[in-house]
Design a binder for this molecule. Structure first.
Ligand code: PFF
Length: 455
């Protein structure tokens, strides 16, 4: 009998192409913007250590599981889980993983596109020299003035979505492969240069202490939940994106090795971004816990006081924006591929539909910084509530369902069939960690943050 993957085979032929596209999907605003502000809000090193543990023991095994699932089904996430559950002889209700992922992806993209829009706007602001010889106070005031005005935020967000639409409309492989390949090396070089610069002008020692000397008393249960959620967010899992990318995984290549390269690159970029941003934060007496604006105040200040800083700064935000594009494409891929494969919509029409929905949903985030500033949900603005709800709850929940499906419902021989290049020990290690650590780990963190009295 033909296996599912033999019947629907298509995909990248070289591991390097797959690694480049997947790295593009994972490295984005999560690394450059969110990691530092979350670490800043949650006490630094202790948060970073818990985050790294979550990456290794929970998120990475789930990422492999998603890719294995995609590689088995070779279709959009919904059809993939449906087909694979039929093959496994379990209820097709499991396709809910795909549905859940598509919806979560759209919600994430609704606020992700707003931040990407900020980054676009900052390319032109820096280039125009708006931050030349600025002070931290002025950079903060400019950021607040920018947030107070919904019109331009909407335009920049619209531009970001338009670019994603154009990229995805021409097809995932052609659209992002090249971009990711050019961008990633450039991003590394720029971040290293920026880290070196800010280590010289900023307070490098304080930054290193903050990032690497843990004080676990500063970490709350909510901080642990945020670390777990961010591990999912940064590796783009829990929304079906890696199931969609797994459909294109090249044959006869080690999935675990390709994933390891992606995870290492993703982690390095986050740490480098921290090393670039925190020395400036500490030398300026900006509160590390100032929240989502951290990168948009510290970095413009850093560049604004450097020779030719307006050009370098514009380049930095250009790269942040490009990284956001390759991630935004991944966020849209599950829903777009479902519309075009299952409903047989022409791909550009499917992409347009998804972009339109996201733009409408995004209005809530844009207005939460100005017109609707007064509205609060559980003590948070609409934007923060969306961010919290998706990253800390939906993504880990989606990952948990995937871990249960792949770890407990799919047959071991089928998994072995997809991961046949890996040695026996490595395969067993992944399988064991997925079943006994990743899945229960998410449950334990959920329970301990939501049932405060527990343990
Ligand atoms: N991993 C991306 C980042 O760190 O910016 C965000 C993301 C992209 C999450 C794609 C989920 C996803 F499907």
């Amino acid at each position: 009998m033909k296996t599912l993957s033999q019947t629907k085979s298509r995909g990248w032929r070289r591991s390097w192409s797959f690694v480049a596209a997947t790295t593009g999907a994972t490295i984005g605003l999560g690394n450059l913007w969110k990691f530092s502000y979350l670490a800043g809000e949650n006490g630094g090193a202790a948060f970073i250590i818990v985050y790294l543990v979550c990456i290794l023991l929970v998120a990475m095994p789930v990422m492999i599981a998603e890719i294995v699932l995609g590689s088995r089904g070779r279709s959009n996430p919904i059809t993939t889980v449906q087909d694979v559950s039929l093959e496994a002889g379990v209820s097709t209700w499991w396709q809910g993983i795909g549905w859940f992922g598509c919806l979560a992806g759209l919600l994430v993209l609704s606020y992700y596109s707003v931040i990407a829009g900020w980054s676009f706007a900052y390319i032109s602001k820096l280039f125009a020299g708006d931050f030349d010889a600025t002070s931290a106070q002025l950079a903060g005031d400019q950021f607040n003035a920018f947030l107070a005005e919904p019109q331009s935020m909407l335009e920049w967000q619209g531009l970001f979505l338009l670019i994603i639409f154009l990229t995805i409309a021409v097809g995932i492989r052609r659209g992002i492969g090249l971009l990711a390949r050019l961008l990633m090396p450039l991003l590394f070089v720029t971040l290293i240069a920026l880290a070196v610069y800010s280590s010289q002008v900023g307070d490098f020692q304080a930054a290193v202490n903050f990032m690497f000397t843990p004080d676990f008393s500063s970490l709350t249960r909510q901080g642990v939940l945020a670390a777990l959620g961010h591990a999912f967010f940064t590796l783009s899992i829990g929304v079906g994106a890696m199931i969609a990318y797994g459909a294109y995984v090249p044959d006869k290549r080690s999935i675990t090795s390709m994933v390891s390269v992606v995870v290492v690159a993703d982690t390095l970029v986050s740490l480098l971004a921290g090393l670039a941003i925190f020395p400036l934060v500490f030398s300026l007496n900006i509160a590390p816990a100032m929240g989502p604006g951290l990168m948009f105040v510290a970095v413009p200040y850093g560049f604004g006081n450097m020779i030719y800083g307006n050009y370098y700064g514009a380049l930095f935000f250009l790269m942040v924006s490009l990284a956001a594009i390759t991630s935004g494409v991944a966020l849209m891929e599950p829903a777009t591929s479902w519309l075009s494969e299952r409903l047989r919509w022409w791909r550009p029409v499917a992409a347009l539909m998804v972009v339109a929905i996201v733009w409408l949903l995004g209005l809530a985030s844009v207005f939460s910084f100005n017109e609707w500033k007064g509205i609060s949900i559980a003590g948070m603005s609409i934007f923060s509530a969306l961010d919290f709800f998706t990253a800390n709850i939906l993504l880990p929940a989606g990952g948990l369902l995937t871990a249960i499906f792949v770890g407990w419902k799919m047959r071991r021989e089928v998994l072995r069939d997809e991961l046949y290049v890996e040695g026996r020990v490595l395969f067993s290690l992944w399988y064991w960690v997925l079943r006994y650590i990743a899945a229960p780990g998410v449950l334990v963190v959920f329970l301990s943050s939501f049932l405060k009295e527990w343990v």
